[in-house]
Design a protein around this ligand. Structure first.
Ligand code: SF4
Length: 75
C-alpha cells in the first residue's frame, strides 16, 4: 500500500482542500520529501492531497498515547 493511502486510512480520509506541502508534518530531508506522521521513511510528494491529520501535530491526535504517559520508560 502506498504511504499516502495508509495515511488516508489511519487518519480517516482526505482533507481535499489542502496538499501535503502545506502541512506542518511535511518536510524535506536531504533531497527526499517526507511526512513525519508516517512511521516509516517513504518517498513522499508535496502534491498529494492532504489527509485528515493535516496540520495536526502528533501530540494533538485524540486518543493517541504519548510516551509522557509512561514516565517509567523515559530515559
Ligand atoms: S497532510 Fe500532513 S500528515 Fe497528512 S499525509 Fe500529508 S504531510 Fe502527512
Amino acid at each position: 500500500m502506498r504511504g499516502i493511502s495508509e495515511m488516508y486510512l489511519r487518519s480517516g480520509g482526505t482533507n481535499y482542500q489542502h496538499h501535503c506541502k502545506e502541512c506542518c508534518n511535511y518536510g524535506i530531508i536531504g533531497k527526499r520529501e517526507d511526512c513525519s506522521r508516517h512511521p516509516e521513511p517513504r518517498a513522499w510528494k508535496g502534491s498529494y492531497v492532504a489527509c485528515k491529520y493535516f496540520d495536526v501535530p502528533p501530540e494533538e491526535i485524540p486518543g493517541q498515547m504519548s510516551i509522557e504517559q509512561f514516565p517509567e520508560y523515559l530515559p
